[in-house]
Design a protein around this ligand. Structure first.
Ligand code: PXP
Length: 246
């Protein structure tokens, strides 16, 4: 029997709400603890250069929480010397390299791995050498998949944002791109993850991406938590992914 697909819960937007008032509530670390207790397999957090949500202190506390709980922390980060230093200091289970533009509302597209091959190769070597799995967040494009394997990543996370937003025929086309990228990635020995824009329905669809091992989900779950609580939202996502509930 194939292993169940892991659920990584991204708690960035708990920090977004906290930071709106500059205080300590709601605490993303408490959210991470709740998510793990509710069935999340790991925690994902994006330390952005502008620290708009997650802070350095959060990463410190999340690292401790995940170590104590023996669950993986997936640190999303831009490829900068500062972020590499932070990753090497905390040694998360995985570092997911993402493109970052200050003016963007969220991570809008995937990395152009081929265009930064030299820097990516060096970063992948440094991070892997420290025992950190290297994941690259890319659009489902064959040249990005091939470049990810070439620079020495172990994992690709396929950007599902366009698929989630597309309708009609375009939607089928977007899904086909995800399927083909995943097949290519597997043939190159890369582990396949997926994330961005997923909800209860699209998460189930994403499970049909060949070989997908992990979904990383944030905004929808934190939004749902407003209505049903984070514990219930994560439990429901897990149940939906397990095919227990529709
Ligand atoms: N994966 C990556 C690499 C991301 O940058 C994000 C957004 O921070 C997510 C997954 C989660 O996306 P969403 O918040 O839309 O679920």
């Amino acid at each position: 029997m194939s292993e169940r697909v892991r659920l990584g819960v991204n708690i960035d937007h708990v920090a977004t709400v906290r930071n709106a008032r500059g205080g300590a509530h709601p605490d993303p670390v408490r959210a991470a603890r709740t998510a793990l207790a509710a069935g999340a397999d790991g925690i994902t957090a994006h330390l952005r250069e502008d620290r708009r949500h997650i802070t350095d202190g959060d990463i410190e506390a999340l690292s401790r929480l995940c170590a104590d709980a023996d669950r993986p922390l997936n640190l999303e980060m831009a490829l900068t010397p500062e972020m590499l230093d932070i990753a090497l200091r905390h040694r998360p289970h995985a570092a997911c390299l993402v493109p970052e533009r200050r003016e963007e509302v969220t991570t809008e597209g995937g990395l152009n791995v081929a265009a930064q091959a030299e820097a990516m190769t060096a970063a992948a070597r440094t991070l892997s050498g420290a025992g950190i799995r290297v994941s690259l967040f890319i659009d489902p494009e064959p040249q990005q998949v091939i470049a990810s394997a070439d620079v020495g990543a172990q994992v690709i996370e396929l950007h599902t944002g366009r698929f989630c937003l597309a309708t009609g025929e375009a939607r089928q086309g977007e899904f086909r791109r995800l399927v083909e990228a995943a097949q290519l990635a597997q043939s190159l020995g890369l582990e396949v993850h997926a994330g961005h824009g997923l909800d209860y329905d699209t998460a189930v669809e994403a499970l049909a991406i060949p070989g997908v091992r992990e979904l990383n989900i944030g905004h929808f779950l934190i939004g749902e938590a407003v209505f049903i609580g984070l514990d219930a939202a994560v439990r429901r996502m897990r149940a939906v992914m397990d095919g227990v509930t529709a």
